[in-house]
Design a protein around this ligand. Structure first.
Ligand SMILES: [Fe+2]
Ligand SMILES: [Fe+2]
Length: 335
């Protein structure tokens, strides 16, 4: 029936041949094994019966666009087998024309069976990474029992602030970047693991030398992250580790150049560090600490207003106030 097109079914990978409307014309035995569908069951059905809902819509859009232009498309599909298990595959679909009839030939390679490397889906990668970052951040400040609550709030505030700032000032930040910054924000103080406890939790005023020691924590944090990224040597986390490093290194820089450790000024300070710096200060203000009472939300906002253009980027403070102006006071306790 399919004449020349049948030869594609001899390939070792799972193969499906469809018409232009993506209705199944034929499959090979490997496709039967991978999906659980028998040839006689699936012929005549649309390929959308394989859809799981987990493949991003833009994947389909890109596929349809290229096929309509007569080009091949390759990408990752997360489909469903007949028994409704997820089937992750790397697929190449090629438009083939034989005797004035157009066919699509889809060749699928099961990603879990690839011998070199392991396929990790985006959502799984995000879960693993979030967990690793959380454990790492908590273990670096294990001496502070309330630190986890501070981390959760810093992540929540970072996520809200970077999104509202992006919309307000039309910055065109990608969702991926904003997600990375949110995840990485939990790491901002990992360098504190290298600061002696007596200085870190001293209730009274710090001496000049104690302050100098505290101010080394951004660079200690960078050392820790460099070691991790060297040991990990895995491209899976490199982008996130890079953003974490920036946040760790620059989260105490001030807009007017009076911060530390590099005294960077204005937009020399990467945006992700500006965002985390602001939410970290806000959270510290509204939290009770061994040496101070919690400020009210209104007092904290009023303080941020006074720091426009000095400690913080003026536009970022405006974004923060827009997003957080109706925040209720919460009793956060000692952190
Ligand atoms: Fe810090
Ligand atoms: Fe913090």
């Amino acid at each position: 029936m399919l004449s020349g097109i049948s030869y594609f079914l001899l390939l070792g990978d799972a193969v499906v041949v469809t018409n232009e409307d993506h209705m199944v014309l034929d499959i090979n035995q490997k496709f039967e094994q991978e999906t659980g569908y028998l040839r006689d069951d699936i012929i005549g059905l649309p390929t959308r019966i394989l859809k799981s809902g987990y493949t991003p819509l833009k994947t389909y859009e890109c596929m349809r666009k290229l096929l309509a232009e007569g080009q091949s498309w390759s990408g990752v599909f997360i489909n469903l087998t007949k028994d409704q298990s997820l089937w992750h595959s790397y697929c190449t679909i090629s438009p083939i024309e034989i005797e004035n009839t157009k066919y699509y030939v889809g060749v699928f390679r099961n990603l879990e069976h690839i011998s070199e490397g392991i396929y990790v889906s985006e959502s799984r990668k995000l879960r693993i990474q979030t967990e690793i970052f959380r454990v790492l951040a908590i273990s670096c400040e294990i001496r502070d029992p309330s630190i986890e609550e501070h981390f959760v709030r810093v992540q929540q505030f970072t996520s809200r602030l970077i999104r509202v700032h992006n919309n307000k000032w039309n910055l065109q930040l990608t969702e991926e970047y904003m997600q990375h910054v949110t995840n990485a924000s939990i790491m901002h103080d990992i360098g504190k693991s290298g600061i002696p406890e007596g200085i870190l939790y001293k209730p009274g005023k710090l001496t000049y030398y104690e302050r100098i020691i505290i101010e080394t924590h951004p660079l200690i944090g960078v050392d820790i992250l460099n070691k991790i990224s060297h040991e990990l040597d895995d491209e899976l986390f490199q982008q996130e580790l890079q953003i974490s490093k920036t946040i760790v290194e620059f989260h105490h820089e001030n807009w007017d150049g009076t911060g530390y450790p590099h005294r960077l000024k204005a937009n020399e300070i990467p945006l992700e560090a500006q965002v985390v710096s602001l939410v970290d200060v806000y959270d510290a203000l509204i939290s009770r600490r061994a040496y101070k009472e919690a400020w009210t939300h209104e007092d904290a906002l009023a303080y941020l207003q006074t720091q426009k253009g000095t400690k913080f980027n003026e536009e970022l403070v405006e974004s923060f106030i827009e997003e957080f102006s109706v925040e209720a006071d919460v009793d956060i306790g000692i952190v």
